[in-house]
Design a binder for this molecule. Structure first.
Ligand code: FCX
Length: 435
């Protein structure tokens, strides 16, 4: 058994027994109440699932196994000569709740490299699609085509014991994570660079190699990708993509089916597609205002006009957060350190000064602050990755780390098929009649 899997097995066995006992002894303890507003507005705040890998606080933002993003930047191993954390380290932490050593992350980089093989039919499936198919659609189709490789599905068909679900799920998760940068880079090169693909550099780490295969060279972009793929990895279990993965996987559908479903959630503009929408918004405002150096007054008027036309301001607001997103702040810090004289970055910073007051003035927006998607596009454009239709794929590659670590836990802990209760509006009217 590999060292990560062994650690996971030992830890998950202990927790599985604890949770079993808790369910038996304290199963009737109430963990919260649900009001009608929560039923009518997307179940906000209803505690209804266990997600080991991270937890979101409205004010502090995300904590991965208790560590904030600034703490992770200090604690997680980096590649020699680089300042940004390696996503391998975050995956290790999320899976086994331990900060890994340098040797551990090097082992994981090598392990993913060994598992990165893409079957020939995946490129054939992609090549059958029109080149202008949205990259997220291609990403999903490619993931689904990889389902032929599922160890879980194969072993289930052979009669696998439920005690082994976690094992097959771990293997599928490791394999899928290993393959994602290759299929994601393939999609980028086929969509935007005439299918001129770039061979992987196996001496690089997972994120560095992805940056290389995208065709954007330079140490700073590799550094950015390490940070990007770390900070987008997980946002507890209730967000739409994570929850979709959790729901699908609860049916014992394998990791490939589950992750593809999650990516379909991420492809929505209120969720992961917001990163493409933000850059589109910035490019359109530059076009309409006729300048790439608009004043804050011009920006404010443009934002107001966007709201008046019944649209949202992409990259602002959040279902849980009530402060500027620490993932936005981490990207801002990166831009301050690495990028000089970018009009796009300056617009992002000026919007940060202008948008919250305007959203607040509407009197209905729960969180007027920027989220993770408000910043990424402007930095990517600086390094030459300007095709914004691709941005959500980057988010998706990263999101695999969190949701697949969490899914491995779900199978080890033996979580049940998810099945909440729905009601009709007729039932609601009747229920509240005498209140
Ligand atoms: N611009 C304009 N209006 C906004 C807004 C924004 N950025 N954010 C919220 N509102 C509006 C809502 O549309 C809603 O209006 P309504 O009552 O007329 O329907 C009202 O404010 C209350 O919504 P609120 O409770 O604040 O927010 P929700 O929890 O319902 O929705 C999202 C949260 C993120 C969906 C919302 O803020 C939004 O649409 N933001 C823009 C899209 C975006 O950036 N999404 C990315 C989010 C995230 F980071 C990610 O998943 O990647």
């Amino acid at each position: 058994m590999d060292p990560l899997k062994k650690k996971f097995f030992e830890k998950s066995q202990v927790l599985m027994k604890e949770l079993k006992a808790l369910r038996k002894e304290k199963g009737d303890v109430k963990v919260g109440e649900v009001n009608l507003k929560q039923v009518l507005t997307g179940m906000r705040g209803v505690k209804s699932m266990v997600w080991e890998t991270s937890q979101l606080d409205p004010i502090e933002g995300i904590r991965f196994r208790g560590y904030s993003i600034p703490q992770l930047k200090e604690l997680l191993p980096t590649r020699k000569g680089d300042s940004q954390p390696l996503p391998e380290g975050l995956f290790w932490l999320m899976l086994v709740d331990e900060i890994p050593s340098q040797k551990d992350v090097e082992w994981l980089s090598d392990e993913w490299e060994k598992r990165a093989y893409i079957p020939a039919h995946t490129s054939k499936v992609l090549e059958a699609l029109p080149e202008d198919t949205h990259p997220m659609t291609q990403f999903n189709i490619a993931i689904m085509s990889l389902q032929t490789e599922s160890i879980f599905a194969k072993r289930y068909a052979e009669g696998m014991s439920k005690n082994d679900y976690w094992d097959a799920s771990y293997e599928d998760s490791m394999n899928l994570i290993a393959k994602l940068p290759r299929i994601a880079a393939y999609i980028y090169r086929r969509s935007f660079h005439g299918g001129k693909h770039i061979e992987p550099d196996t001496s690089l780490d997972w994120a560095g190699n992805y940056a290389h295969m995208l065709g954007i060279e330079g140490a700073d972009f590799k550094s950015l990708m390490r940070l990007y793929l770390t900070i987008h990895a997980d946002h507890e279990g209730g967000n739409a993509s994570a929850h979709t993965v959790h729901l699908i996987n609860s049916t014992l559908s394998d990791v490939y089916n589950s992750f593809a479903g999650g990516m379909n959630s991420l492809a929505g503009p209120l969720h992961g597609l917001a990163n493409q929408e933000v850059l589109k918004f910035i490019l359109e405002l530059i076009e309409e205002l006729g300048t790439s150096k608009p004043t804050k007054e011009q920006l404010a008027a443009y934002v107001q006009k966007t709201l008046d036309s019944g649209k949202v301001i992409p990259g602002y607001g959040h279902a849980v957060l009530r402060q500027p997103d620490p993932r936005f702040i981490a990207q801002k810090k990166f831009a301050e350190e690495f990028i000089e004289n970018s009009d796009h970055v300056q617009i992002v910073w000026d919007l940060f000064d202008v948008v919250p007051d305007i959203l607040d003035s509407l009197g209905k927006v729960a969180n007027p602050w920027p989220n993770v998607d408000a910043h990424s596009g402007a930095i990517l454009v600086h390094y030459g990755l300007s095709e914004y239709q691709y941005y959500t794929v980057l988010f998706g590659v990263s999101r695999a780390l969190g949701v697949l670590a969490a899914t491995t836990w779900s199978r080890a802990l033996g979580f049940s098929l998810e099945r909440p209760k729905s009601v009709t509006s007729e039932w609601i009217k009747e229920f509240v009649k005498n209140d």
